[in-house]
Ligand binder design. Structure first.
Ligand SMILES: NC(=O)c1ccc[n+]([C@@H]2O[C@H](COP(=O)([O-])OP(=O)(O)OC[C@H]3O[C@@H](n4cnc5c(N)ncnc54)[C@H](O)[C@@H]3O)[C@@H](O)[C@H]2O)c1
Length: 293
């Protein structure tokens, strides 16, 4: 640890679970104070129990801009400022067997959380930062926002929107020394990977989760599993002074998924720690279309 965030205040939306929760832990470990904005107060309380005074929780629905504005005000009131805004909260929406069967009923909910939530978080954080010497805004998109593929089209559209919005905001907010960057995680085991199966019988959810993971593993060149902490480390980098010259970027954290198809099938790859640099066989994985998230 470098204590590089001592004296900094951060907000993490969706901080109660998965990538957000790992991010809260890393920001606190670097000396930061964190306000978590999430729908889930129970898991929020767990984080407070773990980190004590360094973390506070405010129940927030990011799809409601008024609540996001209150979240920013709460951070400033509680810790005296706001330097880092992590717009991480996201939902996948329902998985439909086919676009033809999508009733579009999910559209407003998914876009409301994934895109409007990010836009509101950026706007209200930037309003404060612009008058207080700048800051760092980190939006969480997805490999699904970079790559087309079958399934969860509404999610993909929302995450693609986050990428374009991030770049546009970076250009406009640079004059205030506010940096705006975007992370595109892929294949990180968190509850999100089964959220879109909600409502299915438990055995189906399990089969669904296995199928999603298998498909995503097929797409990933690196032989190691992704972890929420891998994404959280990138947040720490973008939040701190090591990234002072970095804005408007999209950083995939996906084991190479968006770089291209792996040369070997997962079962042919050696475990990461034994891996040598030997050239691979020509055993390309035949994936019909990534189910990337
Ligand atoms: N896990 C992956 O492989 C993966 C891949 C690509 C992108 N992402 C993105 O990473 C982000 C975090 O996802 P995760 O995998 O940690 O999922 P997760 O389900 O573990 O966590 C999401 C958190 O967001 C909160 N949340 C949901 N709706 C909210 C709302 N309206 N207002 C406030 N909070 C809300 C949930 O309560 C939860 O705590 C999301 O934006 C997701 O799209 C994840």
């Amino acid at each position: 640890m470098t204590d590089e965030l001592v004296g900094k205040v951060a907000i993490v939306t969706g901080g109660a679970s998965g990538i957000g929760r790992a991010t809260v832990t890393k920001l606190v470990a670097e000396g930061g104070k964190v306000v978590m904005g999430d729908l889930d107060p129970e898991r929020g309380a767990e984080a407070i129990a773990e980190h004590g005074d360094a973390v506070v929780f405010l129940r927030t629905d990011v799809s409601d801009p008024a609540q996001v504005e209150q979240l920013v005000e709460h951070a400033v009131r509680t810790f005296g400022g706001l330097h880092v805004m992590v717009n991480n909260a996201g939902i996948p929406g329902k998985m439909h067997p086919s676009l033809l069967l999508d009733d579009l009923g999910d559209f407003h909910r998914v876009l409301g959380v994934n895109l409007l939530g990010v836009m509101a978080g950026t706007k209200f954080a930037a309003r404060h930062m612009a008058e207080h010497g700048g800051g760092s805004i980190i939006n969480v998109s997805s490999v699904g926002g970079l790559q087309a593929g079958g399934g969860v089209q509404t999610y993909r559209a929302s995450k693609a929107g986050v990428i374009h919005f991030t770049k546009s905001a970076a250009i406009e907010l640079a004059q205030y020394d506010i940096r705006v960057n975007c992370l595109a995680p892929g294949n990180i085991p968190t509850p999100l990977l089964t959220t879109s199966a909600a409502g299915m019988p438990p055995d189906k959810v399990e089969r669904f989760a296995k199928a999603v993971r298998a498909s995503m593993n097929n797409d990933r060149p690196l032989p190691r599993e992704g972890e929420p902490e891998h994404v959280a480390d990138a947040v720490v980098y973008l939040a701190g002074d090591r990234a002072l010259y970095v804005t408007g970027t999209v950083l995939p954290i996906d084991g190479g998924t968006t770089a291209g198809k792996p040369l070997k099938k997962p079962e042919e790859r050696k475990p990461a720690e034994q891996n040598s640099a030997e050239p691979s066989a020509m055993s390309r994985v035949n994936v019909s279309g990534p189910v990337t998230r």
